[in-house]
Design a protein around this ligand. Structure first.
Ligand code: M6R
Length: 366
């Protein structure tokens, strides 16, 4: 049941500290501060390329993973939505690894993409939430997200646990590849192990986010922006808002705005900026300045240091302060405020949050 929560979606958002912890418990060794994955069909030290395929929210987990796997482990990664990938006849390298991500494990396009890769001789790893699902059964290896049943059509806890699994894979791959040393692995393992506690801190901003949602609920169009691994979180935020509040939203790479979409920025347009203090922060801050000078209402998501730095340049409409964390784990935490923002906006609009129109929890038709 929903317990004390008005909707499954809100309950599932609040379960994230617990289920991220449950997922980490299967892959993290706290004593040695290392990642220990179940036996996999490939050796990360020699794998020529990783191909990731999924739909919707699960595909955004794949896009974050690309930044992690390429950045930390220096393995070339290709990510594509399953409904395109499966028909494209993509050339795949001998001995390649194909990873499929799915909460339900039954999504038709993802399953067919898997079968295509199998025929092409790829090693198949899936990240699924339902252990007895078809995708799990047809894979060479499975890493389970321990999210528990997800009832709300809008995926929340499945996404952050998918990210948790991918972060662990990236760390293990980087170790195998020799691209991080033991000290960095221990740092990353400890940053990951702190995510459940940090996620609980993020949830404390719920009321503030509900206030900001009053502004979002009045908008016709909303932009979400970020750079690097924050870019897929921007796309995920926009998807969440679209599917449950029915407000048009777009997720953009912040640096791409000046190549066209900035023409849409005028007075009162809300822009959600995903801006953790990381190597790209200054670039993002200068994009924020551009948005503010065109009248955009920037809702700025960052840590205390980032917010202070931003305010020296231009003052956003609202700021949501997240805990300062290693930039590698930031995407997991920054998912939570965008989920809450979509949730509260939908509640204000009076939509059917758990079962939005035209959507099914599991898309088993092509
Ligand atoms: O069960 P799956 O993870 O394979 O589902 C994929 C998408 O249908 C799903 O993530 C969809 O985009 C969600 N409704 C987004 O909240």
């Amino acid at each position: 049941g929903k317990g004390n929560f008005p909707h499954f979606m809100l309950k599932e958002i609040y379960e994230q500290p617990t289920v991220i912890g449950d997922t980490l418990a299967t892959v993290l060794n706290p004593a040695s501060q290392t990642v220990t994955l179940p036996p996999l069909p490939i050796d990360f030290a020699t794998v020529p390329r990783i191909t990731i395929s999924a739909c919707g929210t699960a595909s955004y987990a794949g896009y974050v993973a690309k930044y992690w796997l390429e950045g930390l482990a220096r393995i070339p990664v290709e990510v594509d939505i399953a409904s395109e990938f499966r028909y494209r006849g993509a050339p795949l390298p001998e001995g390649g690894l194909a990873i499929f991500v799915s909460q339900s494990g039954e999504t038709a396009d993802t399953l067919e993409a898997l079968r295509f890769c199998k025929r092409e001789g790829q090693h198949i790893l899936s990240i699924v939430n339902v252990p007895e699902s078809t995708i799990a059964r047809e894979s060479d290896a499975v890493i389970l997200t321990k999210a528990g049943p997800e009832i709300g059509v809008a995926s929340t806890k499945a996404f952050t646990t998918q990210l948790t699994v991918f972060a662990s894979i990236a760390i293990a791959a980087a170790r195998a590849r020799g691209t991080i040393d033991h000290k960095r692995e221990a740092e990353l393992a400890s940053a990951l192990s702190e995510v459940p506690g940090r996620a609980a801190e993020v949830l404390k901003h719920d009321e503030h986010i509900a206030e900001i949602a009053q502004t979002i609920a009045k908008a016709r169009d909303v932009f979400y922006m970020g750079r690097g691994s924050s870019f897929p979180i921007a796309m995920e935020g926009a998807l969440k808002l679209k599917e449950i509040s029915y407000i048009h939203a777009e997720g953009y790479a912040a640096g791409e705005m000046k190549h066209g979409p900035i023409a849409l920025i005028e007075d009162e347009v809300p822009i959600i900026m995903i801006a953790p203090s990381d190597a790209l922060f200054e670039k993002t801050a200068s994009n924020v300045q551009e948005m503010i000078s065109r009248g955009g209402k920037v809702i700025f998501l960052s840590d205390a240091k980032g917010i202070a730095r931003m305010k020296k340049q231009a003052v956003p409409f609202a700021c949501i302060e997240l805990p300062a964390v290693d930039p590698v784990v930031a995407p997991i935490l920054y998912s939570i405020p965008v989920q809450l923002l979509a949730y509260h906006t939908a509640v204000i609009k009076g939509t059917d949050v758990d079962q939005p129109r035209n959507l099914a929890k599991s898309v088993t038709v092509e």
